[in-house]
Structure formats: structure tokens, C-alpha cells
Design a protein around this ligand. Structure first.
Ligand SMILES: [Zn+2]
Ligand SMILES: [Zn+2]
Length: 312
């Protein structure tokens, strides 16, 4: 089908799509697209003039478009989300009120590189990132590793840790990348790199693990128990701790399965504690009190048992 914006087999839309939706005129021209064809596509509304000499598909991701207007790529939390990384709703979990929120509703974070030029545009609320990194085509969103470095600056340590473990679990970064991160991140975050592994599935497991470690409570994660299956955590060798995801644990059949699991675990001498997203994110003191209470009781039982054994 011949279209106004088509020259031979090459359409502006296709070339722009190849650049992630945004490209410079010089890049379009390098693919044989003439200025007249660009002007026609803009007039027809298929292509947007982002700023002088920069064009975007009309249907491009709005945050990518904003970043391009600003002069760079979507950075930080926005880039991590586009890579599929689990980001905590950290409006709830920021320890510091003055740490800028990385929640979806907040301002776009844009990377322009160390020497890139920031462009003025209407309704600009962008936060500009300047880290060193490979600037590819110049638009779109940054790679996972650079986004993690940026997120470490903008988010709470806990939110960073959650994103880090999610990236590891998804295989977006490997353990070699952790070494590279160590070289780029401040010392205070190195303990988080040591603690991170690729086993946390739900994204809620990561904050739980971090908070318990900080209370001196060691835990084993993703433990396979014969006759029960794989459980999220085991504490003190006796307490099973399960984290129910936000959406996937509703319904009677799930409840029945959970009860059956708990019964089988109880038969083996385990006690199961279950927490959901709302409890971990909004009511941590309740969760911690439950865990510490059970651990204390377990300690008493263990001591009592050994005292009985010694009496014999
Ligand atoms: Zn940022
Ligand atoms: Zn801006």
C-alpha cells in the first residue's frame, strides 16, 4: 500500500520504530528519508516534531517523548519499569521525607549524559541525570545497569534493594554487573550488593529480607521442604514465613491450598506465619512483632526442651 510518507520500501514510521520511536533528522536522512517526506508525515499527524531536527512517532511512549523534548533518555525508575523491574511503591517506604519519590506519578527523570545539553520545553518538571554511560541513539530509555546506578541516587536504600533483587531474578543483570555496580555506588550501599541474590520472586520478599537482617534475624529464602514444597522463608529452622502477593492469592481454592500446606508443615513441626503486601508495606510493626514474638516463644521452647533433657 503506497502512502504519502513511503519512499520505496522505507517508511518514516519503520525507521523511527527502529530507533525506539524517536530519531534525529540526520538519522532519518541516512535511511533515505527526504525532508519533504518528513514534512508530509508531520502534516498528516503520523510523526511529531519533538524539537528542531528531532522527530517521534505520534504513538510513542509519552515519557520517552518528554525525555526527548528534554534532550535525553528516560532514566532511573522509569527506565527500570520499562525493563520490567519490580519497583516498590516507595511513597510508602521512603525513610526520608525529603528523598524524592520515584513513584509513577512523580516527575520524569531524564538522562542527558555528563556533557549533554538540556533543552527547555513546555511544562518541564524533569529531574536531569548526568552520569557517565554509553549514549546510544540518544533517545528511548537507558540500560538496566545505568538505571540502577541512577535509582540508587534517587530512591531509598530499600527501594534500591528491591529493584536490584528484581533485576537479578529476571536475569537482567548478572553477578558480574554487581561488581561493576560496586565500583559506581557509594560505600554505604555495598552491604546491599552483598546481600542481594536472584531468588526473590515477589518483590515483597526483598524488603522483608532486608528488614529482618537489619534486626539481626537470619533467614533462609526459597527453602524446599519435603512434603510441603518450596516456602518463601524459614526462620530459626522452625518458622515458615510466607509472603502473599498483591493479586495472586485471592479465592477460596488458594486459601484451601494454603491451609493444606500449613497443616502438612505443622505435622513436620513447623509453624507458618503469613503476611500480605498491605501488612509489609503499611504495617511493618505488626509484622515484626509477630515474627519476634514467635521467635522468642520458639527460643523458650527450645531452652525448655534442653532443660528437660538435662534433668533426665
Ligand atoms: Zn532519578
Ligand atoms: Zn524537561
Amino acid at each position: 500500500m503506497a502512502r504519502a510518507s513511503t519512499i520505496g520500501q522505507v517508511s518514516i514510521e519503520r525507521v523511527l520504530a527502529g530507533y525506539g520511536g524517536v530519531a534525529r533528522r540526520s538519522q532519518l536522512e541516512a535511511h533515505g528519508i527526504r525532508r519533504a517526506a518528513i514534512a508530509r508525515a508531520v502534516a498528516e499527524g503520523e510523526v511529531i516534531l519533538v524539537r528542531k531536527g528531532v522527530y517521534a512517532l505520534a504513538l510513542v511512549d509519552p515519557e520517552v517523548l518528554t525525555a526527548a523534548r528534554h534532550g535525553g533518555e528516560v532514566a532511573c525508575a522509569g527506565a527500570l519499569r520499562r525493563h520490567g523491574v519490580w519497583i516498590l511503591d516507595d511513597t510508602d517506604t521512603h525513610a526520608d521525607a525529603d528523598v524524592e519519590s520515584a513513584a509513577p506519578s512523580s516527575r520524569p527523570h531524564v538522562w542527558i549524559g555528563p556533557s549533554g545539553r538540556q533543552h527547555a520545553h513546555a511544562a518541564c518538571r524533569c529531574r536531569t541525570h548526568h552520569e557517565t554511560g554509553e549514549r546510544g541513539a540518544g533517545f528511548g530509555f537507558v540500560d538496566v545497569l545505568l538505571a540502577m546506578i541512577q535509582f540508587a541516587c534517587c530512591a531509598s536504600p530499600e527501594a534500591f534493594f528491591v529493584a536490584l533483587e528484581s533485576s537479578l531474578h529476571l536475569g537482567l543483570i548478572g553477578f558480574a554487573s554487581l561488581r561493576r555496580l560496586r565500583g559506581r555506588l557509594p560505600q554505604r550501599l555495598h552491604e546491599l550488593l552483598d546481600l542481594a541474590d536472584d531468588r526473590s520472586e515477589s518483590g515483597l520478599e526483598s524488603p522483608l529480607k532486608l528488614r529482618l537482617r537489619r534486626r539481626g534475624i537470619a533467614l533462609a529464602s526459597q527453602v524446599q521442604i519435603e512434603g510441603v514444597g518450596r516456602v518463601d522463608f524459614v526462620l530459626g529452622g522452625r518458622i515458615i514465613l510466607e509472603v502473599d502477593g498483591r493479586l495472586n492469592h485471592d479465592g477460596a481454592s488458594h486459601r484451601h491450598k494454603d491451609l493444606m500446606r500449613d497443616a502438612r508443615a505443622a505435622a513436620l513441626g513447623y509453624e507458618t506465619l503469613r503476611f500480605d503486601y498491605a501488612m509489609i508495606v503499611h504495617d511493618w510493626p505488626t509484622v515484626l512483632a509477630a515474627i519476634e514474638g514467635r521467635l522468642a516463644a520458639l527460643g523458650a521452647v527450645v531452652q525448655g526442651a534442653s532443660a528437660v533433657a538435662q534433668d533426665r
